[in-house]
Unconditional design. Structure first.
Length: 342
C-alpha cells in the first residue's frame, strides 16, 4: 500500500522527533547497540583483501572513551538542530514534500542525492532529502587498505555491506527514516534493534593515513605558534549510493583530536598513532589542545563541544595519551623524521 503523502510540516516534525528521541536516550543499552554496529562493521571490513585496520570518527566516538565505555551525554546542540528543521519547515508548511514522490519514481536512476537534488528548484535546499536525513543518526567508519588496492577494496566492501543490509542513508532515504524510527522505538522498549544504523563509510590508503598521523603534531604546534586554525586535508573515497570523492576535504586535525578511534591497526600504524598522541599530549596543555580542536571544527561541531561532558571526555583522553609508553628508539626515529616501521 502506498505511503501517505508527506507535507513539509509532517516530514520535518517526524524526522526532528525521531532524532531528538534518539539523542535523549543515553541508556547503556544504546551504548551496547552502538558497539554492536561498530564490531559488526569491523568484522565485515576485515574480510576485504588489502585490509589494514579500521577507525571511527564523529558520534558516538567523541562521546565515549577509547574502550567505547561510559555514559553517552545528551548533546543539546543536536536537539536545537532538530528544532531548526521544524522551524524551516513551518515557513512553507502546507506544501507537499515533493521529494517523497520524486524519490519513489526516480531514485533507481539517480546517481546520488546531489547531482539531481541539488539543482532542483521545487524545494528549498534546507528541506531536500540529504538535509533532512542529516538530522538522523549514523556512524562514520573508515577502512584502511593497501595503497594499490582501493578499487578492489571498494567493490568487496560494498558487496559485503549490501549482502548484510548495512547501508548508507543515501541508498534509500525514505527507508532510512522508517528504520531510525523503529530503532528508536525498540531502544525505548529496552530491546536491542536487529537493524543497523546507517553507515557513513570511507576508505583511505594506508600510506596517506600514516602520513597524516605523523604530520598532526607539527601542524598543531605550528598553528599554535602562528595563532591560526590547524588544518590537514583528508579526502577519502566515500560510499554514498556508489563510491565517490566528496566535493570538500575533511579536516583531519579535528578528527584526530576529537574522536579518532582505531581498531585492528597493524603494529606500525598503531605505533605511529601512539607516538603522535604522546607528542601532542606532552607538547601542549589539555586546554591548548581543546582550543586547537575548537579551531579545527566546523561551526556546527564547535557548538556540539559546548557540551561540558564532551570537553571532560576529551581531556581524559588527552591524559591517557600523555601516559602512553613509547619505546625510546621509536620516539627518536620519529623526531629524526624517519617513518615508523620503514
Amino acid at each position: 500500500m502506498e505511503e501517505e503523502q508527506e507535507t513539509i510540516k509532517s516530514i520535518t516534525e517526524k524526522v526532528a522527533r525521531i532524532s531528538s528521541e534518539f539523542e535523549r536516550d543515553n541508556s547503556d543499552l544504546k551504548r551496547k547497540y552502538f558497539v554492536w554496529n561498530i564490531e559488526t562493521f569491523n568484522s565485515f571490513a576485515s574480510r576485504v583483501r588489502g585490509y589494514r585496520g579500521t577507525f571511527g570518527t564523529g558520534y558516538p566516538f567523541y562521546a565515549l572513551d577509547t574502550r567505547l565505555e561510559g555514559t553517552i551525554p545528551v548533546i543539546q546542540e543536536q536537539i536545537r538542530y532538530n528544532r531548526q528543521l521544524v522551524k524551516d519547515g513551518q515557513v512553507i508548511a502546507p506544501r507537499i514534500w515533493q521529494c517523497q514522490s520524486c524519490l519513489r519514481r526516480n531514485y533507481d536512476d539517480m546517481p546520488d542525492l546531489k547531482k539531481v537534488c541539488k539543482p532542483c528548484p521545487n524545494i528549498p535546499n534546507n528541506l531536500k532529502p540529504r538535509k533532512i536525513i542529516n538530522r538522523l543518526p549514523d556512524m562514520d567508519m573508515w577502512m584502511v587498505c593497501d595503497s594499490l588496492a582501493i578499487e578492489r577494496a571498494q567493490a568487496e566492501l560494498s558487496r559485503i555491506l549490501d549482502e548484510n543490509s548495512m547501508c548508507t542513508s543515501d541508498v534509500d532515504p525514505l527507508a532510512t527514516i522508517r528504520d531510525i524510527s523503529e530503532i528508536t522505538q525498540m531502544l525505548r522498549d529496552k530491546k536491542i534493534p536487529p537493524i543497523f544504523l546507517p553507515i557513513d563509510c570511507h576508505i583511505i590508503e594506508y600510506s596517506r593515513l600514516k602520513s597524516l598521523i605523523e604530520r598532526a603534531p607539527d601542524e598543531i604546534l605550528e598553528a599554535k605558534k602562528l595563532d591560526t586554525n590547524p588544518f590537514l586535508p583528508i579526502q577519502p573515497r566515500s560510499y554514498r549510493k556508489t563510491w565517490q570523492s566528496d566535493d570538500e576535504a575533511y579536516n583531519f586535525i579535528y578528527d584526530f583530536l576529537s574522536a579518532f578511534t582505531s581498531f585492528g591497526f597493524e603494529p606500525d600504524l598503531q605505533r605511529a598513532l601512539d607516538i603522535s598522541r604522546k607528542r601532542v599530549a606532552t607538547e601542549n596543555t589539555p586546554e591548548e589542545l581543546f582550543e586547537a580542536l575548537m579551531k579545527s571544527a566546523t561551526e556546527a561541531n564547535a557548538r556540539r563541544f559546548d557540551t561540558p561532558e564532551l570537553e571532560d571526555i576529551f581531556k581524559k583522553k588527552v591524559e591517557e595519551w600523555s601516559k602512553l609508553e613509547i619505546p625510546e628508539q621509536e620516539t627518536k626515529k620519529e623526531e629524526n623524521g624517519v617513518s615508523i616501521g620503514e
